[in-house]
Ligand binder design. Sequence first.
Ligand code: R5P
Length: 301
Amino acid sequence: MLGRELTDRLLFAGPASEDFGKTLAKRLGLPLLSVTVKEFSDTETRFKVEEEVHGTSILLVQSTYPPVDRNYMQLFLAAHHLSQEGAKVHAVIPYLGYARQDKQFMPGEVVSLGVISHLLRTCGVLRVTTVDIHSAVGLALFAMPTYSVSAIPILAQYIKKNMNLSSPVVISPDFGSSKRTEAFATIYGAEHLQFAKERDRVTGEVRIDAGEMNVKGRDVVIVDDMISTGATIRAAAEKLRKAQASKIVVSCVHPLLVEDAYEKLIEAGVDEIIGTNTVPSRVSKVDATEPLASYLRTVAE
Ligand code: R5P
């Protein structure tokens, strides 16, 4: 066992966020906690913490993208052990799984995010930080201080710098994304349009009402917090193609892109997708550790 000072602040890069955690540790100038992780073929995980953690503050970094439940379970196991050993645990969850189930949309539904909050607390987590939580409503379900950092400014800056778009229009595919999209459009210095979305709560089918719009010959950027099945963006892209938009770029914070979502979006006429590395994927080009590190420097433990 390595010995450490009682006042040390350390970072544990969980198995779902190894690269992300290492980059974040470098930005913050923090040492990585030494842990041996073994994932068994039946999907169970064993952690062995290789150093004394009593009296330390630990940033436990673990994103909870699919497989969501396994990644959460690893987070709970690590948090419980570290807090039992006398460390102060601050969970940094770049993509917060279950954040979309932050209320009962239909009678009988479990408010899953409330359960996650309860489990984190039970495992000794004292503080939670995430990136672009699906809705601010979810923050109220957490009993400990919880903060959502936004990666929208760096996404807007990245697209402005790297893509030569002609008189772009920034599109919000639904009401829930309008605040983010407005912020994106302000930073980019572009016009902003909002679509209305309806999702059938039973079949999951998405319908978009684009209303009146004049995007003919103009480039567009659709902004959303996440792409899961791609149904939302596909429906929006189809409307934009019909309206003869020129280039269609999609900017999202969390590119889950489950199954063949990427291919389906390209088929629907999307030219490019730009996401952040809260979820590792082929489109994770923007580094969300930058805004996270800026925030975490302001938090004492
Ligand atoms: C919903 O309100 C979210 O902001 C996203 O638009 C949605 O969750 C994306 O899911 P999918 O890609 O399956 O449409």
